[in-house]
Design a protein around this ligand. Structure first.
Ligand code: CP
Length: 319
């Protein structure tokens, strides 16, 4: 694959400053890599010789494995860092940890951290390419990109005027913010829904419509992206109990039958708390694309790695 088109940014720290052209380029490139994943030999030599470090300071199943798989599918060398078994436990700072890893001659860092802005801090202090794999409640750009790819699979007519609802713990969700930036950039109508205590007060400034009743949000939506309650980030009680949250905001088959009788695309970034924000019957229903999102995640991460690293590390023969 020739890498002639370039992204406008050197890093992927978030989608706030990615243009419609950038997002379109990533999605189109991901479609080419999606096809590679269906081949008997799911590997291309595109990033041979490049070294990527997966620097994870927070737990992850999907994002971590998906990035590692994407790196391997592109023939890059990969190294996995886990904070719990590293010298950060002995007091080493993030800056020193990252500088020492970079001294081993690497090309890119994929970083997950609980602190919003941590990938941006690395980008200012290292010379490697930095890819944000989720920073606290801030952004999760590759999740939003794979969400967009999955939406496009089901709604190939384009994003313009498509109505997408993000439901749940919007206040603490990095997935929500990245989705809002990217969907708005591509012209979709974005709605958020949840208890008032879990919706940021200024969210209207991002061009989204706020709903406090899940029934109202479902009606007229083409896509419902259900988000987990991020208990680990809560510093106060935002609703009386999990049971009451499910009663008022849970996505159930009964609610969908009544308020989306013509069908609605069901998404969830995972991990899912079945029976809390969404019922098992909905997760496993024909309208659900939740596992397709995971498959698309590998292709999207291949595209991001290829477009960011390919521009700097691939010297002709592998491109
Ligand atoms: N969707 C997502 O980020 O999942 P993980 O936390 O398992 O990576």
């Amino acid at each position: 694959m020739e890498n002639e088109q370039r992204l406008s940014q050197r890093h992927l720290l978030g989608l706030e400053h990615y243009t419609a052209g950038d997002i379109r380029l990533i999605l189109d490139t991901a479609r080419s890599f999606r096809e590679v994943l269906d081949r008997p030999i799911k590997k291309v030599p595109t990033l041979r010789g490049a070294t990527v470090v997966n620097l994870f300071f927070e737990n992850s199943t999907r994002t971590r494995i998906s990035f590692e798989m994407a790196e391997k599918r592109l023939s890059a060398d990969t190294v996995n860092f886990s904070a719990s078994t590293s010298s950060t436990q002995k007091g080493e700072t993030l800056r020193d940890t990252a500088a020492n890893i970079e001294a081993m001659k690497i090309d890119a860092v994929v970083m997950r951290h609980s602190c919003p802005g941590a990938p941006g801090f690395l980008a200012r202090n290292l010379s490697s390419i930095i890819i944000n794999a989720g920073d606290g409640s801030h952004e999760h750009p590759t999740q939003a990109l794979l969400d967009l790819m999955s939406i496009e699979d089901k709604h190939p007519g384009g994003f313009k005027d498509l109505r997408v609802t993000l439901a749940g713990d919007i206040l603490h969700s990095r997935v929500a913010l990245s989705n809002i930036y990217a969907l708005r950039t591509l012209g979709a109508k974005v709605q958020v829904c949840g208890p008032a205590t879990l919706i940021p007060r200024a969210i209207g400034e991002l061009g989204v419509t706020v709903f406090n009743r899940i029934e109202d949000a479902i009606e007229g939506s083409d896509v419902l992206n259900v988000l987990r309650i991020q208990k680990e980030r809560h510093t106060a009680h935002h609703f009386p109990s999990v049971r009451e949250y499910h009663d008022r905001y849970g996505v159930t088959l009964a609610r969908l039958k009544e308020h989306a009788p013509n069908g609605i695309t069901i998404m969830h970034p995972g991990p899912i708390n079945r029976g809390v924000e969404i019922d098992s019957e909905v997760v496993d229903s024909d309208n659900s694309v939740i596992l397709d999102q995971v498959t698309n995640g590998v292709a999207v991460r291949m595209a991001v790695l290829y477009l960011l690293l390919g521009a700097e590390t691939v010297k002709g023969e592998n491109a």
